[in-house]
Design a protein around this ligand. Structure first.
Ligand code: NAD
Length: 435
């Protein structure tokens, strides 16, 4: 394929649905196996019964039986109990791990609990479907990867774009040089929320605020710190940089083939000032990564999308991932793949092409692996490396300087100050060993 002229490069964009050859291939791919009998049906516990946890458990019900529910907020626990009235209800996740009948744990908690819940589950012999971003810190990810290997447990990260045909096609085409040598990647993430200041309020009777905070610093209760909006506080998450970055930066790594490695340089800055006493995580930002092969990966927020991905400005830049190569570009987002030239998508890949692991059903892929004991499409290391890229962006923007990263050693090079950010001191009595 010849190098595109600047004019055609800029104007040949064509919105496309999946090409016929790829749809045909997908048709021939097997569906995940649903249970044939009770004996064949794993027992599931849901830890964290918020919107996503309940959604995940409903999705998982196709493959197993939900037998236990756990949440530190009785309100959310009761909402889940309406769906699964026969399931055992618990407040403390450690009690879930004592339930011998439970085979699988779905972790739908706030981000700062993902690691301890997943560690506890794997140590208790259970397989785990853990929501994204897999971790709150880079050090946590290293622990999860080690524990999954040690206990031989299956861990699927909830970055479900790995099981979406548009994203797999984009990554396969990029990996097979369909756009020539990759030069740049542009990742746009929905802007977060800039609101506040918020007021301290009495802790609701239904909520165990101490257990909700867990290893994070103890502070007075502010309603906006908790349900759903927890993701806009550095203490509990990383704003949309980690919330959406765990989806789109994951795809950038997948397309590049760096999903067991990472960049070598990172710099970044918030592009707005947050309101004192309000959400602390930068709602708008610009981060830039460089890989050892010279590829530049820019990750920026876009105010054309609301925090949940909804369209605010249809004419503005929409969230997604654009791979730019010497011979063209491919843009992919939820429900859409486009290219600088429609032929880039239309031509089937040759038989000799590098192909990626096929999963067209993220939860189904997890349950298939629970049976086969094979690695799922977003196993611990993959989830950890994608979260790492997001955490690197957060650390660079919070420190306000360019950082050099060693993806093999998983540490900053010659920067003791930055290396302190790899882990966070947990509030007692919590530690990796406490679960
Ligand atoms: N894969 C996706 O597309 C997707 C979409 C939305 C959310 N998520 C992820 O799902 C997770 C939950 O998000 P949400 O929007 O449902 O948040 P949420 O605040 O609505 O739900 C989190 C729930 O976890 C509970 N919780 C907190 N600490 C707990 C503990 N120690 N033990 C048991 N329960 C505990 C909270 O009380 C709450 O009910 C987040 O990590 C988020 O990033 C993923």
């Amino acid at each position: 394929m010849s190098t595109l002229s600047r004019r055609s490069f800029l104007h040949a964009a064509a919105a496309t649905t999946l090409p016929a050859w790829f749809v045909e291939e997908c048709r021939a791919q097997p569906e995940p196996a649903t249970p044939r009998s009770k004996a064949d049906s794993p027992n599931i516990a849901l830890v964290g019964c918020g919107g996503m946890g309940i959604g995940d458990a409903r999705n998982a019900s196709r493959f197993g039986k939900v037998v236990a529910l756990c949440d530190v907020d009785e309100g959310n626990l009761n909402k889940a109990a309406v769906v699964w009235p026969a399931a055992e209800k618990l407040r403390d996740f450690r009690k879930v791990m004592d339930l011998k009948a439970v085979d699988v744990v779905i972790c739908g908690t706030v981000d700062h609990w993902h690691t301890l819940v997943s560690l506890a589950a794997m140590r208790a012999g259970k397989d785990v479907y853990c929501e994204k971003p897999l971790t709150l810190t880079i050090d946590e990810g290293k622990r999860l990867v080690a524990e999954a290997a040690k206990t031989k447990r299956v861990l699927q990260t909830g970055s479900q774009q790995r099981s979406d045909r548009n994203f797999r096609l984009a990554c396969e085409l990029v990996r097979n040089s369909r756009i020539g040598k990759v030069k740049e990647i542009d990742v746009w993430l929905p802007a977060g929320r800039k609101e506040g200041p918020f007021k301290v309020a009495p802790v609701p009777k239904a909520l165990d605020w101490d257990l909700w905070q867990g290893p994070t610093p103890a502070v007075a209760y502010v309603p906006e710190r908790t349900h759903v909006t927890f993701r806009y506080w550095w203490e509990y998450s990383g704003g949309t940089m980690t919330d959406w970055g765990a989806h789109h930066n994951d795809i950038a790594l997948w397309g590049l083939g760096h999903d067991r490695s990472g960049p070598v340089k990172v710099s970044g800055k918030p592009t707005v000032e947050m309101i004192p006493g309000g959400f602390s995580a930068a709602s708008e930002y610009a981060v830039e990564y460089t890989y050892a092969d010279g590829v530049v990966h820019r990750c920026r927020s876009t105010a054309a999308n609301a925090w949940n991905g909804g369209v605010v400005d249809p004419k503005g830049q929409q969230h997604g991932v654009k791979f730019v190569g010497a011979d063209g570009w491919i843009f992919v987002t939820r429900g859409k793949i486009e290219a600088s030239d429609p032929d880039l998508l239309k031509q089937p890949l040759p038989a000799s092409a590098v192909r990626l692991p096929v999963s067209n059903d993220h939860m189904g892929n997890f349950f298939d692996c629970v049976k086969s004991r094979k690695a799922p499409v977003c196993e611990a290391e993959v989830g950890h490396r994608s979260a790492t890229v997001c955490h690197l962006g957060v650390i660079a923007m919070r420190l306000g300087k360019e950082l050099t990263w060693d993806p093999a050693k998983e540490e900053f090079v010659g920067d003791g100050e930055a290396n302190k950010w790899l882990a966070r001191e947990p509030r007692k009595p919590w530690s990796y060993e406490s679960v």
